[in-house]
Every structure is written in C-alpha cells, then in structure tokens.
Design a protein around this ligand. Structure first.
Ligand code: RP5
Length: 161
C-alpha cells in the first residue's frame, strides 16, 4: 500500500501555498505524494488520479487551486476519498475567486474547504492528519503533542514591537 495522503495542485505556482500542507505533514511524520493535476490543462490526468485514488489506498486528498479553481470539486466528483480544498490566493481577486469556486459544491459531492492561502493549506495538512489519526493511535499522539506545543507557544500578553 502506498501513501495515504495526496497533495494535488493546479499549477507549479500553487506549490508555494500547498507546501504549507506538506510542511505540517512532515512535522507529523505523515507520508504524502505531491502532483500537479490541472482541471483545465491536464483533465485526463485529473480523471486518472480520481479514478485510481481508492485502489491506490489514498485516504485524503488535499487539492489546491486558484482563480477558476475547479480541481477540488472535480476531484470530489470523481472519487469518494475525502477532498480537502485549499483556495490559493490570486493576484487579481485576492483568492475570493478561488474560495467561491471551491466552496459552493452541489449537494452530494462535498469539498471540505479551508481558508484562503497559507493558513488554509496548513490547516488542510492538519485536517488530513486528524482524519488519519482516527485509525492511527501513534499519529493521534503526535497530533495532540503538535497542538499542545502550538498552544504553549502563545504568550499570555502582547509584547511591544
Ligand atoms: C490555476 O490557475 C492554478 O491552480 C493556479 O492557481 C492558477 C494560475 O496558474 P499559472 O498560470 O500560474 O500556471 O489553474
């Protein structure tokens, strides 16, 4: 059985954002694959990826795209593997276009849509880890520790610059 998490993105230019998801998964010791799969530029690649996702053992797909961001929704239409969508922040419309393209899925084909940009990508990694942790006690322990460390890093009071 291969990796359980797939990180897919519409373009090389999305990697700067989706890397945040990969970094979190690295910190948590979760293996993943990363692929460029564009709904518009490589539709056959999208179809093949979705068609084989279950048999390849993927359990979560993190899908990020910007602008007319159809990749997450189309992937959700092609596989029952849960899709976590990341709206990439665009220059023209600040990522609101990406968010709207991903979030308003029709009943029957959900995409768990994160926030726009880097925070959304990091949270996508955490969402994927949380899903896998339901069946993986060691990962659950690591995720609990990661969350506790984050909480412990927050100071009680604000500091002057
Ligand atoms: C989308 O178009 C991609 O997901 C990317 O966010 C955006 C721009 O792509 P590039 O022109 O930078 O390749 O399909």
């Amino acid at each position: 059985m291969g990796v359980k998490v797939g990180i897919i993105m519409g373009s090389q230019s999305d990697w700067a954002t989706l890397r945040e998801a990969a970094t979190v998964l690295d910190e948590l010791g979760v293996a993943y694959e990363k692929k460029i799969v564009s709904a518009h530029r490589t539709p056959d690649r999208l179809w093949a990826y979705g068609k084989t996702a279950v048999e390849r053992g993927l359990q979560v797909i993190i899908a990020g795209a910007g602008g007319a961001a159809h990749l997450p929704g189309m992937m959700a239409s092609k596989t029952r593997v849960p899709v976590v969508g990341v709206p990439v922040q665009t220059k023209a419309l600040a990522g609101v276009d990406s968010l709207y393209s991903i979030v308003q899925m029709p009943k029957g084909f959900p995409v768990a849509t994160m926030a726009i940009g880097a925070a959304g990508a990091a949270n996508a990694g955490l969402m994927a880890a949380g899903i896998l942790a339901l069946q993986d006690p060691d990962l659950a322990t690591r995720l609990d520790a990661w969350r506790e460390a984050l909480s412990a890093s927050i100071p009680d009071e604000p500091q002057d610059d």
